[in-house]
Write a protein that binds this ligand. Structure first.
Ligand code: NAP
Ligand code: GDD
Length: 345
């Protein structure tokens, strides 16, 4: 039996990774979560009675809890998905981002080195590390030019993973993953915020009730969006190479927030058009002239990553990985899920 600790088990990637790994009867998953007064375990409630799944408590800001997990379970794999993952929050809580997303990673590496050196380690890197990009599409060799405390913390963690790999012969990798979304995405992230709001506005249309428009920030930001369920397989492939090497995972295409809005409303047959400029810009229903989207400048960031566009050719060629869900299918799936509609992949 292979044993795997997954941190961030209550989040999007951690829960999808658990589902993926538990399909193999030879895997036993320890799902690591931090203690909260009110549990938020919706993404893993279906695993409650699974015979090869066990929840354990671990907080990335608590070194002892990390040490104890490595000492007690000495797992074959340790997959670190835990993070304060919301970039927008990182200007408000920069120290928390550094403690969780960088020092937490260092604590994991130290614990592996000291108590379980056979454990293969994955840390969740991010395209935010590329930040203020100087060429497109971005591949693994693109320089790190972070634009947020979140991105800076992920860069520092990336360097630490390499240092431990080179210094102590630990199998440690940090995948650099472009944006990946889905039906378990947190509601603060722009894709899920849009699909939840489209569902809300559509339901108001059906019931002929008044509604408030959705409020967004920078509509021109471009991201390379994929389906999170496609990415966990890529992470597992990275963990099972003959020797450790970092890879980019991405869809290899880029789309704006504006396009995501348009496509989401199209899914529910609401035909909108843009009007106005800057903070006066809005998306209006062509038929009723009601406002669907307005700009709220509080969602602008102090520094923006304008364009992310990945090049995952090496992962495709060397690991045999590729994403299955297209951008339009991802939007369709998320809108359908937020409306409770059936969806066929
Ligand atoms: P997510 O849904 O926000 O999940 C983050 C998880 O981390 C949650 O389970 C959260 O637990 C946990 N966590 C936060 N602080 C913690 C702490 N101090 N100790 C232990 N657990 C803690 O994020 P995701 O989208 O699954 O992303 C997974 C990882 O990939 C993150 O490291 C993220 O930065 C990185 N990443 C994500 C993307 C993407 O597009 N999704 C792209 C590149 C990199 P609670 O439920 O208790 O809050
Ligand atoms: N969240 C949010 N809310 N973003 C908005 C909004 C809004 O109302 N309006 C516009 N945006 C823009 C943001 O300014 C950003 O340019 C883009 O939409 C995407 O924002 P998020 O969905 O919050 O994701 P992110 O790209 O900042 O970060 C995600 O991807 C990273 C990988 O590139 C997160 O998952 C990170 O954890 C991950 O590392």
């Amino acid at each position: 039996m292979k044993t795997i600790i997954i941190t961030g088990i209550t989040g999007q990637d951690g829960s999808h990774m658990a589902d993926f790994l538990l399909k193999d009867p030879n895997n036993f998953v320890y799902g690591a979560h931090r203690h909260l007064s009110v549990e938020n375990h919706d993404n893993i409630k279906h695993l409650k009675d699974h015979p090869r799944f066990q929840k354990i408590e671990l907080d990335l800001t608590d070194v002892e809890s990390i040490n104890n997990a490595l000492k007690q379970y000495r797992p074959n794999y340790f997959i670190n998905f835990a993070a304060n993952s919301f970039v927008g929050n990182s200007w408000k809580m920069p120290i928390n981002h550094m403690q969780t997303n960088c020092m937490g990673v260092l604590s994991c590496l130290e614990a592996i080195k000291n108590f379980s050196s056979h454990t293969r380690f994955y840390n969740a890197g991010s395209s935010e590390q590329f930040g203020d990009v100087i060429y497109s599409p971005q591949d693994i060799n693109h320089p790190f030019r972070p634009r947020s405390p979140y991105g800076a913390a992920k860069c520092a963690a990336h360097h630490l993973v390499k240092v431990y790999r080179d210094s102590y012969n630990i199998y440690a990798v940090q995948g650099v993953l472009f944006n990946h979304e889905g039906v378990r995405r947190g509601e603060d992230f722009v894709t899920r915020k849009i699909t939840k709001n489209v569902a809300r506005i559509y339901n108001a249309f059906i019931l002929r009730e008044p509604f408030l428009p959705m409020e967004l920030g920078n509509l021109d930001a471009k991201r390379d969006w994929s389906d999170a369920e496609d990415f966990v397989r890529g992470v597992w492939l990275m963990l099972n190479q003959d020797s450790p090497k970092d890879y980019v995972l991405s869809a290899n295409e880029t789309h704006s927030v504006r396009e995501f809005v348009e496509l989401s409303f199209k899914e529910v047959q609401i035909d909108g058009e843009w009007s106005g400029d800057g903070i006066k810009e809005m998306f209006i229903d062509k038929r009723t002239k009601q406002k669907l989207v307005i700009i709220n400048p509080t969602f602008y960031r102090p520094a923006e990553v304008d364009l992310l566009w990945g090049d995952s050719t090496p992962a495709r060629e060397e690991l045999g990985w590729s994403p299955k869900t297209s951008f339009p299918k991802l939007v369709e799936k998320m809108v359908a899920s937020d409306l409770g509609w059936p969806y066929n992949s």
